[in-house]
Design a protein around this ligand. Structure first.
Ligand SMILES: Nc1nc2c(ncn2[C@@H]2O[C@H](COP(=O)(O)OP(=O)(O)O)[C@@H](O)[C@H]2O)c(=O)[nH]1
Ligand SMILES: [Mg+2]
Length: 300
């Protein structure tokens, strides 16, 4: 590679749910552009994170986890991930080294083979495994497919990320930057705000509740005189009973969600935030395309 050349391109981060795709992207771009939680199916749509270096720009596409989708909403999520594969110059496949799921991994391997894109395998969460477990795993995967590289990392502890970036850059074609160097995402601020609220819902509620909720930011406006950001958002649920749970006894749960979200939004946007949250029932929104479009999913 000529030292004066610039490389750039789009790289899809794909894998099973909960393997650390969003965490990895955040750590690579050095900023929280995607929400990440211990629950599977946190990521619902493709989302770009941008990393610009002296002689490269990588545009990561974080994707929903590929899984056996049961309802329409999950099917659309998986379709998003598969579509990303068609649009990119290269692929990063993330496997959770501490939680191997051989049958499901086999299916992803088939998808990768069909996509015929240069692919790097990332073995993530190596902080959770013993050193001796790594070599046989790398050996197994190197026989399964001609990966450009196999890179063990801990996204959480930022271990191995520099090497991973080098491998990704080497995989990209020569080309110009697509975005200004200081940009870390092309996600609109109001979408990020909705996602931060949804993250708190994922962290604070249980069972089917996180999966029954969707967040739409209705208003996102600055009051320059007060140096205040005014955000009004609606949390949609599928049933009346869920509305009660999200609001909580005496409004406790909604208050907790609001406080955590507001604190983080103030940190992200660097100003005071007035956050106004509403909870509404939109019956069966996960099952109807028309309702999905009314929510935050114009992407589908
Ligand atoms: N111990 C450990 N946990 C991780 C690592 N990377 C991600 N996680 C955790 O795995 C869970 C799922 O992460 P997330 O990024 O949302 O996964 P995604 O569904 O693939 O996007 C979260 O609780 C993360 O904190 C890692 O390198 N080590
Ligand atoms: Mg994710």
């Amino acid at each position: 590679m000529d030292s004066s050349s610039f490389r750039s391109g789009f790289v899809a981060i794909i894998g099973l749910p909960n393997v650390g795709k969003s965490t990895l992207m955040n750590q690579l771009v050095g900023s929280k552009v995607a929400i990440a939680t211990p629950k599977p199916q946190t990521t619902r749509f493709n989302l770009r994170g941008i990393l610009t270096g002296p002689n490269y720009q990588i545009v990561f596409v974080d994707t929903p986890g590929i899984h056996e989708a049961r309802d329409l909403f999950n099917r659309l999520m998986v379709e998003q991930a598969l579509r990303a594969l068609e649009e990119v110059d290269g692929v990063v496949w993330v496997v959770d080294a501490s939680d191997r799921r051989p049958q499901a991994e086999e299916k992803i391997l088939e998808i990768i083979k069909r996509a015929e894109k240069p692919t790097i395998l990332v073995l993530n969460k190596i902080d959770l495994i013993k050193k001796g477990e790594l070599l046989p795993m790398m050996d197994y995967f190197s026989r399964a497919h001609p990966f450009r590289a196999i890179v063990p990392v801990s996204a959480l502890e930022r271990d191995g990320l520099e090497e991973l970036v080098q491998e990704i850059v080497a995989m990209l074609p020569e080309g110009p930057a697509y975005y200004p160097p200081e940009m870390v995402t092309d996600q609109p601020e109001r979408v990020l705000a909705a996602e931060i609220i949804r993250e708190k819902l994922f962290l604070l509620t249980r069972q089917e509740i996180p999966y029954s909720t969707a967040v739409v930011v209705e208003e996102f406006r600055e009051d320059p005189e007060k140096n205040l950001l005014i955000i009004q958002a609606t949390i949609y649920v599928e049933k009346d009973s869920q509305k009660g749970i999200v609001i909580g006894k005496g409004g406790q749960m909604l208050k907790k969600i609001g406080t955590l979200a507001r604190e983080e939004l103030e940190f992200i946007f660097g100003k005071r935030v007035y956050l106004d949250l509403w909870v509404k029932v939109l019956r069966g929104w996960r099952k109807e395309e028309r309702l999905l479009r009314r929510l935050e999913f114009p992407y589908f």
